[in-house]
Design a protein around this ligand. Sequence first.
Ligand SMILES: C[S@@+](CC[C@H](N)C(=O)[O-])C[C@H]1O[C@@H](n2cnc3c(N)ncnc32)[C@H](O)[C@@H]1O
Length: 296
Amino acid sequence: MIHSWWEIQVLCDPALEESVFWRLETFGCRGTASQSQNHSCLVSAYLPEEEAHLLDLAALSLFLRQDALCMEISLPVVEWNLIDEQDWASSWKQYWEPTKIGDLILVYPAWLEPPTESDRILLHLDPGVAFGTGTHATTQLCLESVEMRLSVKPENLVVADIGCGSGILSIGAILLGATQAYAVDIDPMAVRSARQNRKLNNISPEQMKVEQGSVEELLQFVHEPVDGILCNILAEVIIDLVPKFDAIAKPKTWGILSGILLDQAKPIADTLEQHGWIVATLWKRQEWCCFNIRRS
Ligand SMILES: C[S@@+](CC[C@H](N)C(=O)[O-])C[C@H]1O[C@@H](n2cnc3c(N)ncnc32)[C@H](O)[C@@H]1O
């Protein structure tokens, strides 16, 4: 069966780019990518046809225009077209390039010939329809925090990756020295993508277990509390998940939470405090922030 996708393209002022990413992500888009075009920015994003009606797309366009009006910048041009899965695969891949993250990782598109020599650890990735190419600030903040946490070379470190998307955080953690990662995502397409990327990076299914679900499902296969929790999901979802972290945490467990807009930081911090977590550091990039947390 041919699967059709909406290709949504937004030509906007670069100042609007982060809002556009956020709106598209909230809308449920996958494979979001951007490229510079003269003094503008072209953001492309993809969504299965059955997940949006024309009216939804029109409303999205209206929100994007309202965002630009509030920021007093030029209005974006928003267009959408239906394309089939094969076109989708080639459409967005052309915009994605190898991306350095932190001091150690180089995220490398799986369809490009890898360099024979590199002073970085190569993380091979084909996210398919899943979120997590490494180009988004929220993923970068997470991976940089993982690098910082693992710089002390801990032994037998186990992480849980909630909302794994392409698996980029679990794979990154293992390449940086974690012994074991448990990854879950409610989206079956993300589960498929994370498993494929695990294979691309020569990681065994035992070392990186990937299952469909969330914290509840994680509990069925994680029998010991983990050392680190990685979670890059929208703030509203994180607020619901924080009370469930207890079940997989021990007194020294740390967490890295991303996907949080700066103006959502306070409710997240309050929720964490109410559930026995301390915000150790808060890293910012553009309008996003990433919480490094530990038990109080
Ligand atoms: C922003 S993406 C993050 C992907 C990847 N971890 C990264 O850092 O780039 C968020 C992912 O969380 C998943 N998700 C959303 N709500 C969830 C929940 N309650 N439990 C588990 N996964 C969830 C989505 O399907 C999506 O793949």
